[in-house]
Design a protein around this ligand. Structure first.
Ligand code: G3P
Ligand code: MG
Length: 244
């Protein structure tokens, strides 16, 4: 199995993260997968944005959970990155899935519920993915351990991944105990030990956020199942040479 290249928040090294231009560019650059983050607006619409607050990546202020979808859509999510992207909006999950549905892309939708408890986020995202028939092409991931269990309680149609950035205990065992189908791990926690445990459990391991050549090659050497990178073109270039 070759290491799959996921564009982290889209091709976020070259376009504003978690926007349609970033997703489209990732696709054009040949990324095999796309990672994105989802939160809920005040009126319960799933939208793709990384931070709980809109300040860093838009011209607005406040928490996503306190803004209606209409208010979120009025924000400019492109010009903070470059003037070229002025007028780019925060996409809804639905818009993203509609775009992805006829493309050979694997999707990783990260539920951003480790700081804010969006009570129905799991069910809303799950149902939306099912509605587009993308369940076989999608993993839902989260840092929130309870949320992993919640996803698996909803059903077995969509795989769930535990995200971890903490060095305590054995992350593979922890993920398995929660019923997760995969482990998404911070690069600095990756090692042959983790891969050995994962191999035994037959648990896929994907690594974030890998932007340096030497780290990308190390993930390939350790046979990680996937990496999340802001620079999918670079990762694909190194990948092609690595597997030559
Ligand atoms: O899903 C991998 C990675 O995106 C997790 O961290 O903060 O970039 O969403 P973050
Ligand atoms: Mg993420």
């Amino acid at each position: 199995m070759k290491t799959a290249i996921f564009a982290h928040r889209g091709a976020s090294g070259y376009a504003p993260e978690n926007t349609m231009p970033a997703f489209q560019l990732a696709y054009e650059l040949g990324a095999e997968g796309i990672e994105t983050d989802v939160q809920l607006t005040k009126d319960g619409i799933p939208v793709l944005v990384h931070d709980e607050q809109v300040k860093r990546t838009t011209d607005g202020r406040g928490f996503i959970k306190n803004l209606t979808f209409e208010e979120v859509r009025r924000l400019d999510a492109g010009s903070w990155f470059s003037r070229k992207f002025t007028g780019t909006v925060i996409p809804s999950l639905e818009e993203f899935l509609e775009w992805a549905v006829d493309k050979p892309l694997y999707l990783n939708i990260e539920l951003k519920n480790n700081k804010i408890d969006y009570s129905n986020l799991e069910a809303i995202v799950y149902d939306t993915v099912l509605r587009f028939g993308l369940q076989k092409h999608c993993t839902l991931s989260t840092f929130n351990e309870e949320s992993v269990k919640k996803i698996k309680r909803i059903g077995n149609s969509i795989s769930a991944a535990l995200l971890t950035s903490r060095a305590e205990g054995n992350p593979v065992t922890k993920a398995a105990k929660l019923g997760a189908d995969a482990l998404h791990i911070k690069y600095r926690l990756l090692g042959s030990n983790v891969m050995m445990h994962a191999d035994k459990q037959q648990m896929p391991v994907r690594v974030y956020t890998v932007n340096k050549k030497v780290h990308m090659l190390q993930c390939m050497k350790l046979k990680a199942d996937g990496i999340f990178t802001d620079l999918p073109d670079k990762a694909l270039e190194y990948k092609n040479t690595y597997y030559e």
